[in-house]
Every structure is written in structure tokens, then in C-alpha cells.
Design a protein around this ligand. Structure first.
Ligand code: MN
Ligand code: MN
Length: 473
């Protein structure tokens, strides 16, 4: 009997897939590394709540780490900014560029409430800001929350005002008021969750004191405009040429008695962005040239001139050739991108114990089991998906295993429950190998997303290993 048990144990050990929590894999020193990594991450989240602020933060960090603006400086480390909403960093490798790049693509936009272009109105002696939500939000998340206003306003003379109100202690905030439960029965509670709060009712309270002259119309609005004019030189028309975003005013915090999670707004996808940033900073003399792309507009389908469907990557790679004194042909550019290998660095859903029903536990990411690879995204019968080949998955698997990185394979929920996409398919157009690889989150797309510090650190380690591709392996 003892022999049989021993054989069974050996077989199980040798043959079965045995996921192990990252915390069990870590010794004290590794746990400290993961915790200390998350300190820098939380500071980044607080600093970079919008795509523009993320670009600023990434650019400053890159400059500090010896990256020069492409076309302006020399060396091996370069960056380029696309319209203040997307940024690319690169480190030239030992191999020639024509052998392809190692690319990590994340996005730095997050779901939020944008102000409408003509936002200010007064009702019952109160002033409100009309909003138009951006990305996949659940509208009920956005009422009765302290909100901060971030963005830019371009004045009539072309001068630009940066706005950030509601983040510092003592600054005012804004909020979209909710209906009291006492009176919500017919208006909200008997409706479907999705319909209970209408987009047009997501208006943020922004003022209350009237202009003293009782003859004036919309006296509170006039007083608010007067205040904005005195303080910032604004007139109402300036809102028409502005991009203003209401985001949760809360700061990133440790969560749990044991501080094992980070809770914060905007972790989709700034967790992957931060990990990619830290990883490329550590790429000193990589074999292959490495590229980190931080893109905008993923949350609305990668559209526009700052999203993944723009040709920013092509321009940046042309810039890299020029740094090396070469003028690449259209054909060469296509070949380089075709030969490249990429990670679509984006978050995925971690299984929520309260909603196991929407997950398929054998194939969905578990919190604390490491960075999650997603071979394909999309919905239904794998529609609208980029599908990484078995060969490429094999290569990444080999790389991560060799580096001792905790990783898991995932899909976004049960097949019939829904679905979602990432930038992967827009980069796959170039023919490069690409796979989704990122951190599992709880409460994804909510104003307060949750990530495990262990998964965050394994995400960083995975990206760092990816940039080390070809070194001694
Ligand atoms: Mn995302
Ligand atoms: Mn998202």
C-alpha cells in the first residue's frame, strides 16, 4: 500500500498542474520587495489619475533615468510623446533593430466622468456640471462619491490652463448627488440596475452662492463664472475647448489587516503601465531593442489619434532608425514590426468569491496566483479577439518558468457571460506575436479597484523578464 501511495504521489507531482499562491512562494525578502514595489506604485497612481498626468509622470521618470526625447538627444534610451496623451519609451538593444523589438503595450486612460463641452447650469439656486461618461462604467458607482476635477482648458488666446481641484487636503471636491432611499422606490429601486441612474442625471454639484444683484438671471451661475474669471481668467466659452475629467478624489491605499492589497481608482490599466515603466527602466543593455508604449483611448475601443489604432508606433520606430543614422523603407518598417514580439499589458478579472457564477474557476485568474496570461480575449465564439499562437504561448511560458515567475492562464469569465477586448488585436495587425499579460483585479472598472501586491510584483517581474529576452537563455 505504501508503494502505491508513493507512486501516486510521484505521478501527481510530475503530471498535474498545481497552482501555488504567490505568498507561499515568497520568502520574507521577496515579500518585502513586493510591498516596497507597491509603495512606488501607489505614489504613481496618486500622481497620474488621467492619461495626461500619466504621460507627465512617465516622461519625468524617463528623463530622470536617462531617456532623451527622440530626435533631440543621443544615447540608447529614448522617448516620444504623442499629443500629451500617449508616450513611448525605448532602449536600443545589442541586436540590430531589423531583428524586431520586444514591445509592452499598456493603456493610461481609465473610465471616468468627462464634463460635457458646455457643462455649467443652474437649477434651484445650485450650479451643476453636466457630464458624459467615458468607458465602461456602472453609473451607480459615480453618485455620492467625492470627485476631483482634472484636465486642461484652452482659453480664447490659446493659453492653456491645467486643472486639478479636489486632490489636496483642504481643497473642495465635487459630487453627483443620489436620491435618498426614502423616495427612491419607483424612480430607482423598481428599475433594472442599469437604468436606475440615467447618464443625464450624473451632474456634479459645483456651487451655491448667488451674485448679489437680485436683478441678475441665473445668479449662482454668474457668481461661479465671476469666481472662475477672477481666479483663472476664464469665460464660459473656454469650456468648449477643454478636456475636463471627474475622477474619484480618494488616494491609493493599502487594503486589509495584512496590507496585502492595493485599493485605488485607475488600476486598469495603470498597474500594467507602472510595471512596464519600471521594467524598461531596468533594461540597461537588452539583447533586443525594447519598447514600452503607454496608450490612450483603450477604454473606448482604442480609437483616435492617441489610441492603439493610431500609427504612433510606426513613427517612433522610424525615429529609432534615424537615431542610428538609417532611413528605413516602408518595407523595412513593416518587417521589423512583423518580427517583433509583444505583450498586451492589461488587467483581467480576478475571480470574485461573491460572484463565482460568472467565472469558470478552472480557467479564470485567481487573486494571488501571479500575473495572468490571456491567450485570447473577445466575446462569444472568440469574436473580436486576438489569439496568441500556441507557439508564442510556449515561448512566453518557457521564459516565465525559467525566471521563476508566478503566472496563470486566464479567460475573462464564462463564455456566455460577456467578454471584453484589449489593444492586442490592433498591434496584431502588424503581424507581431502578441499576448495579453497583466494583473488580475477585483472591482474592475469601479472607482475603487483592488489588486494583490503579490500579483502586481509578479507582473513587474514578468515584464522585466520579457525585456531580458535572449539574455543568457
Ligand atoms: Mn484595460
Ligand atoms: Mn478597462
Amino acid at each position: 500500500m505504501a508503494e502505491a501511495a508513493k507512486e501516486r504521489e510521484q505521478l501527481e507531482e510530475r503530471l498535474k498542474l498545481k497552482p501555488k499562491p504567490v505568498w507561499d512562494r515568497y520568502d520574507e525578502a521577496m515579500r518585502e520587495e513586493a510591498f516596497s514595489f507597491s509603495e512606488g506604485y501607489k505614489a504613481f497612481l496618486d500622481r497620474a489619475k488621467t492619461e495626461r498626468e500619466a504621460v507627465e509622470a512617465i516622461k519625468e521618470c524617463a528623463q530622470r533615468e536617462g531617456f532623451a526625447e527622440i530626435g533631440q538627444g543621443e544615447g540608447r534610451r529614448f522617448y516620444a510623446v504623442n499629443k500629451e496623451k500617449a508616450i513611448a519609451l525605448a532602449v536600443l538593444g545589442k541586436k540590430p533593430l531589423r531583428e524586431g523589438l520586444r514591445i509592452i503595450v499598456s493603456h493610461i486612460d481609465s473610465p471616468r466622468l468627462d464634463l460635457k463641452q458646455n457643462p455649467l447650469y443652474e437649477d434651484l439656486e445650485m450650479v451643476f456640471l453636466r457630464t458624459h461618461y467615458y468607458g465602461g462604467i456602472k453609473k451607480y458607482h459615480w453618485v455620492a462619491q467625492p470627485l476631483a476635477l482634472h484636465g486642461v482648458i484652452v482659453r480664447a488666446d490659446g493659453s492653456k490652463l491645467s486643472v486639478k481641484i479636489g486632490e489636496e487636503e483642504g481643497e473642495p471636491v465635487f459630487t453627483c448627488c443620489d436620491l435618498l432611499p426614502h423616495l427612491a422606490r419607483r424612480t430607482q429601486e423598481e428599475k433594472k440596475l442599469k437604468e436606475a441612474i440615467e447618464a443625464e442625471k450624473l451632474t456634479a454639484l459645483a456651487g451655491h452662492i448667488p451674485y448679489p444683484d437680485e436683478e441678475a438671471k441665473e445668479r449662482v451661475k454668474l457668481q461661479v463664472l465671476k469666481l472662475l474669471n477672477e481666479k483663472y481668467g476664464l469665460v464660459e466659452e473656454d469650456f468648449l475647448s477643454a478636456e475636463l475629467e471627474l475622477v474619484p478624489a480618494a488616494k491609493a491605499r493599502d487594503l486589509g489587516f495584512d496590507r496585502s492589497f492595493v485599493a485605488a481608482y485607475g488600476q486598469d490599466d495603470r498597474v500594467c503601465a507602472y510595471c512596464a515603466l519600471r521594467a524598461i527602466i531596468e533594461a540597461k543593455e537588452p539583447e533586443f531593442s525594447t519598447l514600452a508604449l503607454f496608450l490612450d483611448k483603450e477604454e473606448i475601443g482604442s480609437e483616435g489619434n492617441t489610441g492603439a489604432k493610431s500609427r504612433f508606433i510606426e513613427l517612433f520606430v522610424i525615429g529609432l532608425f534615424r537615431v542610428l543614422g538609417q532611413e528605413p523603407s516602408e518595407a523595412l518598417l513593416k518587417e521589423v514590426l512583423f518580427r517583433s514580439k509583444a505583450l498586451s499589458a492589461d488587467v483581467t478579472a480576478g475571480v470574485d468569491p461573491n460572484y463565482k457564477d460568472v467565472h469558470e474557476l478552472q480557467n479564470n485568474a485567481r487573486m494571488g496566483y501571479g500575473v495572468a496570461l490571456c491567450k485570447f480575449t473577445g466575446a462569444g465564439g472568440k469574436y473580436y479577439s486576438s489569439d496568441a499562437s500556441a507557439e508564442y504561448v510556449g515561448e512566453i511560458r518557457e521564459l516565465l518558468n525559467r525566471e521563476g515567475i508566478a503566472w496563470q492562464m486566464t479567460e475573462l469569465g464564462k463564455v456566455d457571460e460577456g467578454g471584453g477586448g484589449t489593444v492586442a488585436k490592433y498591434l496584431a495587425i502588424y503581424g507581431m506575436d502578441i499576448i495579453d499579460c497583466g494583473t488580475p483585479l477585483l472591482s474592475m472598472h469601479s472607482p475603487y479597484e483592488v489588486a494583490s501586491k503579490a500579483d502586481i510584483y509578479e507582473t513587474f517581474r514578468a515584464y522585466r523578464a520579457f525585456y531580458r529576452w535572449g539574455e543568457g537563455g
